[in-house]
Ligand binder design. Sequence first.
Ligand code: B12
Ligand code: SF4
Length: 523
Amino acid sequence: MRRLRVAILDLLEKGPTNSLWARAMQPNFASIMPQVIGVWCEQAGHDVTLVCYTGREDLARELPADTDLVFIASYTQTAHLAYALANIYRQRGAVTALGGSHARCYPHDAARYFDYVLGFTDKAVVEEVLRDCAPHRPLGLTLGAAKQPSYLPGIRERWKFIAPTIAKAPAVKIVPMIGSLGCPYTCSFCIDATVDYQPLCHDQIREDLRFLLRTLKRPRVGWHDPNFGIRFEDTMGAIEEAVPAGRIDFAAESSLSILSEPRLRRLQRNGFKAILPGIESWYTLGNKSKTGANVGLEKVKKVSEHVNTILRYIPYVQANFVLGLDDDVGPEPFEMSKRFVDMTPGAFPAYSLLSAFGQAAPLNLDLQRQGRVVPVPFHFLDNNRAMNVRPKNYTWPQLYDHVIDLRRYAFSSRSIRRRLSANRGLLTRSLNLVRAMSSEGFGRIRYDTAIRGLFDSDVSVRRFFEGESREVPAFYARRVRRDLGALWDSLPAGALEHNPNAYLEAQPPATARGHARGGEPRH
Ligand code: B12
Ligand code: SF4
């Protein structure tokens, strides 16, 4: 096999940005898989350049001109940037491959712009691409392993790619690690609802942590496990064997059902400083919150008590919610979320708008069957800048009024003051203040208010969201153009539009009529 010049791009931002949050934190959110691909390509004897794009790099300067094969890692929110870059690379004669959430969710669309679109990716899949390395046009090849890989190279092997990335973060530097793939829960909107839970090797966790202790003075680790601590005893045992208590700071996403008080004590002892539990809804998904049949106000009280207990052990807690789910009706769910803010002042509330990411989740088949998925340009599908599911129990203006009202409440001066006084430590307080005052808190209130206004003033926006027209409103096209900057000119014609029902249309007839599976816990 000839020695290839391989470029790998990890896209974390949609375009150039100078925001305080992006500068301070974005390098800490680098993905693990681009680094893994880098290791596998080098092991196969190829030359690798990896660029992690945090919105501050000059892509024209950093992208190697003489590339044979480029792998681009993209979420759906960065898909247009990825499409534009793929176009540039193709014009230079390179072969292009897409991986990451967007490739898993929208493979049919991505195949129009890439030579390879990769789903689950293990070493064999990467080696196949390296061996073939040929243009596949007009439609790219869709490849993928049957299941998630059972092994991923650890930190020591990935270090040459991790070190320059975290060096870009000015103060807090977080190393990405992973100890498991998939999830035993089946939240129907989630990309992992049908992916089996699978722990990765604990020897490797121990080795990675020991490497970090040798390499960094005060390491911080962000676990990328979809749901950290499913095999709590084993995972914590591995951490405790490798790390003297409290020598590394950890952050993780985990379910409330995992976070009992004795476990919280153990997490605290072992340096866990941030936990992001998914609460999602006051009416459904009780299994992962361990609230069982409790719904509504009962659930608010129980969850709030639980989160307050977590806050006694872990200084930083982000509570995740999904707004606009089908079980929500009227003002009640939003009012309950306000009660949660009052009763749990120390937690940072993160609200996502229900998003149907292509073929990621079982729920999406039903939504497509019901004709409720709106072809909102990918650029806005980041859980916040748009909801692409027509709400079941609200008109769009009603939903936005509730969302804006809730955000204003959660990020009012009173709530921010209460949050900061309930928080411990300078880092927690500063993070929560910056998040409230930058794009997440105030920024989203401003943005949602602008969108709410368009429902009244711009017929093209209303018709688009009501499903009466598929033409992308000028407002959205202008935003993509502004965000992509000079790269807009490289966005292929027609790339702003996509088929919102591609997943359903790709189903065999029997499935297309039936019901999507999911919703019940698989354990
Ligand atoms: C960890 C995580 C994060 C971390 C780390 C992010 C990162 N850069 O990796 C943090 C907390 C920072 C984060 C932030 C966000 N996240 Co996130 N996150 C996850 C989570 C929980 C796990 C993903 C993961 O790493 N899995 C482990 C890897 C190994 O498995 P995998 O992702 O399935 O990847 C496989 C293949 O896709 C492929 N692959 C993956 N990457 C690549 C790259 C290449 C080049 C190739 C060839 C292959 C390949 O190989 C893997 C092995 O088979 C998922 C939810 C979930 N349950 O999966 C959401 C998820 C990926 N996040 C999501 C979103 C929307 C976001 C945010 C936009 C939210 C927000 N508004 O802030 C931000 C954007 C972050 C950014 N700047 O890029 C969505 C993405 C949906 C989509 N289609 O885009 C998901 C699916 C959650 C959801 N809503 O359903 N996230
Ligand atoms: S608990 Fe639910 S939302 Fe979280 S990773 Fe598992 S299936 Fe997805």
